[in-house]
Write a protein that binds this ligand. Structure first.
Ligand SMILES: [Zn+2]
Ligand SMILES: [Zn+2]
Length: 365
């Protein structure tokens, strides 16, 4: 099958013909119809962290089930599914407590070292499979725990985005923070994941959803996702602008950027008892100083967000239904569709503020 392989650190993505093993155990073979470009794949490919090359990355996948391992019982051939990077065992104390995103044995969805590798080069060399998926490929072989069924009416390009970006953005608001109707929400950074956060705040029934970004085009689009107010932080001081709209501050601030100045501004936007949620991680080296007493007096909390605290079996079908019902703007997240061979160019185009998400939908070219 065709796959886009990272063969060396910083060497970019390159289409090759590689071998995929047959499904065994609880595995599901998926004919991939759409695969989203998420920025973390570019970070992994450039920095060589997480997976040693050669590796097939890609962790937002939608497609059709074509074959099953002998113990896979949840799906049938022909099912439309979304595969996600969340790996969980279903048996540990975190999973049994409902926290599958914090599973203690995420490697349970992978093959043992003693078993044949899922991916190999045509010469027989083992190729690593990113996140148990390897989504930048014509087919994906994954454990059924990492897969959720979606309605056939949902276009594949939209469905793919449910695997990571939507789970993270909307889940931060709905699951991690648990925003309730009538509360006030600020979203800093209106890119693809931040837009999903806005959609999540709308589903939660937030009374005010204030989007902050540096590009007017992104802020206009944020309104179409449900933002009630927008602030261009390049033109106005965002803390003062928030205080003009919400004199007491906001109940929740979600930072999708992850740089020091933004985190510090986010803290200054909080109402008494409000929480700051760190979703974006910037370049991975951001640090901030905290004033413990003022945080305590204002009863504020800071929480990190991992995969929107999502349960993919519950949340992926939920967002799919909300999109089909017109209650969640998924269609406009897909800015551009490309071929497998255009990944490098596709990642380059993510720098353009007009682009929310780029999705591979052509696996022949
Ligand atoms: Zn991702
Ligand atoms: Zn577990």
């Amino acid at each position: 099958m065709k796959a886009s392989v990272v063969s060396s650190v910083g060497g970019g993505f390159d289409v090759q013909d590689i071998e995929l093993d047959k499904p065994m155990g609880c595995e599901v073979l998926i004919d991939v119809k759409a695969s989203g470009l998420c920025h973390s794949d570019l970070t992994l490919a450039r920095a060589g962290i997480g997976y040693a090359p050669p590796v097939v990355l890609g962790h937002e996948v939608a497609g059709v089930v074509i074959a099953l391992g002998e113990e896979a019982s949840e799906f049938n051939p022909g099912d439309h599914v979304v595969a996600s990077l969340i790996q969980f065992c279903g048996r540990c104390v975190q999973c049994l407590s409902g926290h599958t995103h914090a599973c203690l044995q995420p490697e349970a969805t992978l093959r043992e070292d003693t078993e044949p590798a899922r991916l190999r080069s045509s010469g027989g060399r083992v190729i690593n499979q990113g996140f148990g998926l390897g989504g930048f490929a014509a087919q994906v072989l994954a454990h059924e725990n990492q897969i959720a069924r979606v309605p056939k009416a949902l276009p594949f390009a939209q469905a793919a985005l449910l695997g990571c970006g939507v789970l993270t953005g909307a889940g931060a608001v709905l699951n991690t923070a648990g925003v309730r109707h009538g509360e006030t929400v600020i979203i800093i950074g209106a890119g693809g994941v931040g837009l999903s956060g806005i959609g999540g705040a709308q589903l939660a029934g937030a009374s005010r959803i204030i989007a902050i970004d540096v590009a007017d085009g992104k802020l206009e689009r944020a309104r179409r996702f449900g933002a009630t107010d927008v602030i261009n932080s390049r033109e106005r001081d965002p803390v003062q602008a928030v205080r003009a709209l919400l004199p007491g501050g906001a109940d929740y601030v979600f930072d999708f950027v992850g740089v020091r100045a933004v985190i510090e501004q986010g803290l200054q936007m909080l109402a008494k008892g409000g929480g700051l949620y760190l979703v974006g991680i910037g370049d991975g080296a951001t640090s901030v100083e905290l004033h413990a007493l003022s945080l305590q007096l204002n009863q504020n909390r800071i929480e990190t967000v991992y995969m929107g605290s999502s349960n993919l079996k519950r949340d992926i079908p939920f967002y799919a239904e909300m999109a089909l019902a017109g209650r969640f703007n998924l269609a406009e997240l897909v800015s551009r569709e490309i071929a497998l061979s255009q990944i490098n160019d596709g990642f380059e185009s993510l720098k353009d503020g007009a682009i929310a998400r780029v999705v591979i939908t052509d696996f022949v070219n």
